[in-house]
Design a protein around this ligand. Structure first.
Ligand code: COA
Length: 185
């Protein structure tokens, strides 16, 4: 039979690539090397000079609030939370938040920021999640600018990048004072 007379054969359906949907899970000590490498890639050697790093040097992160983002089981992002207090109000400083360059624009960063904030505030013992970051990224997620200069850092910081998430919507404008250690009840 010539090729021209063969009955038509249905084409194999094209393989549909799996959706690259990020998920999050709590971090474990086994993730430490991944997180360290990711932060080095995302922020470079200058990360140790950042003012937020100085805050974390003084007040340790809460490892119970470390989250890891994964895509198809592969770790691709992370976020840390540091318990702090400002003006007598307990809360957290969020950061560093980082997504590996190979996994960006999939929603991992926003998922990490939203989820870690939800989990922290659900504890009920802290009232805000503060961070230093880009308004364009965080304000659509619910962060609000703080009153310029109200929150005092142990180093230089652009006050227009100091943003706050809180259920009490007047807190972003009113919170004032140096960053101090979480106050035990
Ligand atoms: C910022 C970062 C965490 C975003 O991670 P991500 O997983 O790609 O974030 P998402 O997928 O949730 O969101 C991506 C969207 O945010 C936008 N975006 C990323 N960084 C932004 C920024 N600094 N300002 C405004 N928009 C930003 C992207 O352009 C993208 O827009 P699109 O959805 O319209 O395409 C990641 O780029 C990163 O690790 N950067 C280096 C470290 C850093 O700057 N961390 C933040 C410190 S505050």
């Amino acid at each position: 039979m010539s090729l021209h007379t063969q009955p038509p054969v249905a084409a194999e359906p094209a393989a549909v690539p799996p959706l690259r949907v990020p998920t999050v899970r709590p971090g474990t000590p086994e993730d430490d090397a991944f997180v360290e490498e990711l932060q080095a890639i995302a922020f470079g050697p200058g990360r140790f000079a950042r003012t937020a790093f100085r805050v974390r040097e003084r007040f340790p992160i809460d490892p119970a609030l470390t989250l890891i983002a994964e895509v198809e089981g592969v770790p691709c992002g992370s976020v840390w939370m540091t318990p702090i207090s400002i003006g007598g109000v307990n809360g957290w400083m969020l950061g560093p938040l980082a997504t590996h360059p190979n996994f960006r624009k999939l929603g991992a960063g926003k998922l990490l920021a939203r989820e870690v904030t939800k989990r922290a505030l659900a504890r009920g013992d802290g009232k805000f999640v503060m961070l230093v970051g880009d308004r364009d990224y965080y304000c659509p997620l619910g962060w609000e600018p703080t009153t310029l200069g109200n929150i005092e850092f142990p180093g230089p910081v652009d006050p227009s990048r100091v943003l706050l998430f809180a259920e009490n919507k007047s807190l972003a404008a009113s919170l004032q004072g140096p960053i101090e250690a979480w106050q035990a009840a």
